[in-house]
Design a protein around this ligand. Structure first.
Ligand code: HEC
Length: 582
């Protein structure tokens, strides 16, 4: 009996030691907790210096460590702080103790071990109950992460040179005609090829009968000359590309002797018209075996052209010499293990936005595969897809030297930073943008954008990347521009812009972003610093602009292209401190 009493007394003294809490321990924890609470950007910023509530509610009720942990895991506003603090369990206990003392609890009344014990229930909280998986569910669960794409990646392209050739045929030549304007030394002009499209043409404006070539003053934004091609030369226009010397514009023309019903189709190969940049009239009609989609200057010498459709022996992507109007080399989907959508360059390599084959059977396996599939993802007809990737081709050996899988579906565009360290891929099928390290292939970040983005470009100090939310592949008419932080991908602002903007380019003065609205037949110009909308340039007859090229005339009246959809050229690059001053 005595012994039992002694044991009980010992136990009760133990309990009383724990229950009483050494005031030093409580004081230490409270100090530690206060330091955490008052750290820059920590609790006080949202809950108030007095913890009585600000953006977040009052904490006077005395949250337990579990309560704080629960918020860290479930409250998106507090998740970044968790990332920053990486709190230990004892940190949570400390903050909890601090808040109690702060609101007047006696140290002796604070049951520290009891508070610690609340964290035991975290495990229970994290426990996921058993759930049922069908075989299909299991198959999906195995491939649903981007990590699994990387782990599974196997080279798609054939090894070795994949170079192909094509003999361009000249089918007609024309007199260039009279000048439409006289370029002035020191001035910069912009060129636009216009299709006949434009969904939002004002009711009192008659649609154009044919495609047009338009020139404007880059400084005043005035249209100074335009020319509508003869209707029999009208093709399905989709880009603006010029020779590096700024003397010729290339625009899609009709097929010679074409049947009327196929003449304007997006999918039939058409001709390439070479147009005098001053008279704006064609001088040659060429058959390249392909219907041009995008074009841009390559290494200030060649034109990198990609095609919407091609003849059986035609090329999907080609390097074209504007001095001889011949193809110097090309690529076909056959060797790539997928279909190239568009081609891009950092002026060293050729980069192809690759799509997995087999989705768009109705229109063959050409580019439409990704477009149709991305649309089907939107409607739920498809619930997932095989991955998309970028193939990097060395134009000297014509080998695919890298394949870069990226998170997201149906990349539409590639932008490069000035140092050629990263590429940025807006993906229309998944409405996100990936920043990829070119040397390692590592995805630095992937971030959400607005609806189905198309074009993207960095600003002059490369602190921001702007993305045109076109609504591509969705049938949904996007009309915003997302501004993201280059370093992190964090969203900085969403700008209101025109419907259906696809090309979005930093101007060669480095101070403006130009956004071409297909749907409205206009160009929106934004101040790149204030992000304000500065001008709207109406295209003649509100026809849809495709492309955008700037040509500069130097003091001696010599012309050169300084900017096109792919990049800056001929010595100009505002990101490297070499902006045009106008
Ligand atoms: C960026 C702002 C922000 C920061 C920083 C922040 N919180 Fe919160 N916190 C909130 C918001 C907002 C809520 C309310 C969430 C809701 O209503 O669902 C909240 C809720 C809570 C709750 C739940 C309150 C309740 O009534 O149930 C606790 C506990 C809490 N925060 C503790 C903390 C602690 C401790 C810190 C610092 C370690 C902290 N928070 C830092 C914004 C913040």
């Amino acid at each position: 009996m005595t012994r039992i009493l002694v044991v009980l007394a010992a136990l009760s003294s133990l309990v009383s030691v724990v229950g009483a809490q050494q005031p030093e321990e409580v004081a230490e924890l409270a100090a530690r907790g206060e330091a955490i609470f008052r750290q820059p950007a920590a609790c006080w910023t949202c809950h108030g210096e007095d913890a009585q509530g600000l953006i977040g509610p009052s904490l006077q009720f005395g949250p337990t460590p579990f309560d704080i942990d629960y918020q860290f895991r479930s409250n998106p506003q507090m998740a970044p702080l968790r990332e920053l603090l990486q709190p230990e369990p004892e940190d949570l206990v400390a903050v909890s103790v601090f808040l109690r003392t702060f609101f007047g609890a006696e140290p002796a009344d604070i049951d520290v071990d009891g508070l610690r014990a609340t964290l035991n229930s975290v495990q229970e909280f994290e426990h996921v109950p058993d759930y049922f998986l069908t075989e299909r569910d299991q198959a999906l669960a195995e491939v649903e992460t981007f990590e699994s794409v990387l782990a599974d990646w196997q080279r798609r392209a054939k090894t070795g040179s994949i170079k192909r050739d094509y003999e361009v045929r000249e089918v007609a030549s024309f007199e260039p005609g009279e000048p439409k304007f006289t370029p002035e030394p020191g001035k910069t002009y912009f060129y636009e090829n216009l299709s006949t499209g434009g969904a939002f043409r004002p009711a009192d404006v008659a649609p154009p009968e044919s495609t047009q070539i338009v020139v404007g003053d880059a400084e005043t934004k005035e249209i100074i000359a335009s020319y509508e091609l003869a209707p029999e030369l009208r093709g399905g226009v989709h880009t603006t590309v010029m020779s590096p010397d700024g003397k010729y514009v290339y625009i899609i023309g009709a097929r010679p002797f074409s049947q009327a019903e196929s003449a304007f189709s997006l999918t039939t190969p058409q001709s390439l018209l070479k147009v005098d940049a001053i008279t704006l009239q064609p001088v040659k009609q060429l058959m390249t075996g392909a219907r041009l989609h995008h074009g841009q200057i390559f290494q200030d010498r060649y034109l990198l052209l990609d095609s919407f459709a091609r003849d059986a022996d035609g090329l999907d992507v080609m390097l074209f010499d504007p001095e001889t109007d011949r193809v110097v080399g090309g690529i076909r989907s056959d060797e790539l293990g997928g279909s190239p959508y568009t081609a891009w360059t950092d002026d060293e390599y050729i980069y192809l936005l690759m799509e997995p084959l087999g989705y768009g059977t109705a229109l063959g396996d050409k580019t439409w595969s990704g477009f149709l599939a991305a649309g089907q993802l939107r409607t739920g007809t498809l619930t997932s897809m095989r991955p998309f990737w970028v193939a990097r081709v060395d134009p000297i050996t014509w080998e695919v030297v890298n394949e870069y899988p990226y998170p997201g579906y149906r990349g539409d565009w590639i932008a490069f930073d000035a140092a050629r360290e990263h590429m940025y891929i807006p993906a229309g099928g998944s409405s996100n943008l990936s920043k990829v390290n070119l040397a390692s292939g590592e995805v630095v970040w992937a971030a959400p954008t607005g609806i189905s983005p198309y074009g993207a470009n960095l600003n002059a100090d490369e602190s921001e990347i702007w993305v045109a939310n076109k609504g591509e592949t969705t049938g949904m008419m996007g009309r915003t521009i997302s501004v993201l932080e280059n370093e992190t991908g964090r969203s900085l602002e969403t700008l209101f812009s025109g419907y259906g903007v696809d090309h979005l380019l930093l101007a060669p003065n480095g101070r403006e972003f130009w956004a071409t609205s297909n749907s409205e037949g206009r160009i929106y110009v934004f101040d790149a610093v204030t992000r304000e909308q500065a001008h709207i340039i109406d295209m003649p007859k509100f026809a849809a602009p495709h492309g955008l090229v700037w040509v500069h005339y130097d003091e001696n009246g010599e012309s050169r292209v300084v900017r096109d959809q792919g990049g800056f050229h001929n010595g100009i690059d505002p990101r490297l401190g070499r902006a045009l001053d106008y």
